[in-house]
Ligand binder design. Sequence first.
Ligand SMILES: [Fe+2]
Length: 205
Amino acid sequence: MTNYHFLAKSYDADRTLLRGLFNDLVEHMISSKKDSTLHHYFEPVTKEIYQLGNRLEFYKDIGTTDLSIDHVNLFICKAYKIGGLHMDSAKDPRFVSMNIPLLEDDRSEMLWVDPNQYKLGSYDVRGRTARAGYPDADELNIDAWNVIDRTTFSRPMVIKVNSWHSVDNRFNPNPRVALAIRFAKNPTFEEFTSEFQKKGLIGGG
Ligand SMILES: [Fe+2]
């Protein structure tokens, strides 16, 4: 089962630009969540991305496809932590997320668990952009997870988010900072992949 594809481009110039632009926001987010039990948290940055528009190569590339951006969140996962098993938007399904790491590290990973291992338990409504669903079980008992797929999270990629997955930043001494781009009309992972493939925007993996 395919759960992710690396993108063809690394978007290095975009990542340098955005690291600079979001530097203060990232520092603020990290310090305000220092004492929180939340390992993985976000701030919306849709407006900032729209303002940069075609100055961003990935924005320009998306503009050549049939897809359009709905919203963009800046996610941070704490150093030495695991994000927690979830599926995105449990009550309002979302299938795909295009992720661009800003503070990347090969020790930061994304993993997927057997989609049948857990039933949906609680879900979280924190505004329109975050309705993550959590397993009807102890989601932080990672030893019990039947991990079926795992990848480094250090490159721009598209991931499947409608089955159980988690950021695994346990072995990274730094916070993992990444943009998560979500698309209008909620394309499936296969629809997104086929559209990006047509434009030569999907790489290996
Ligand atoms: Fe997710």
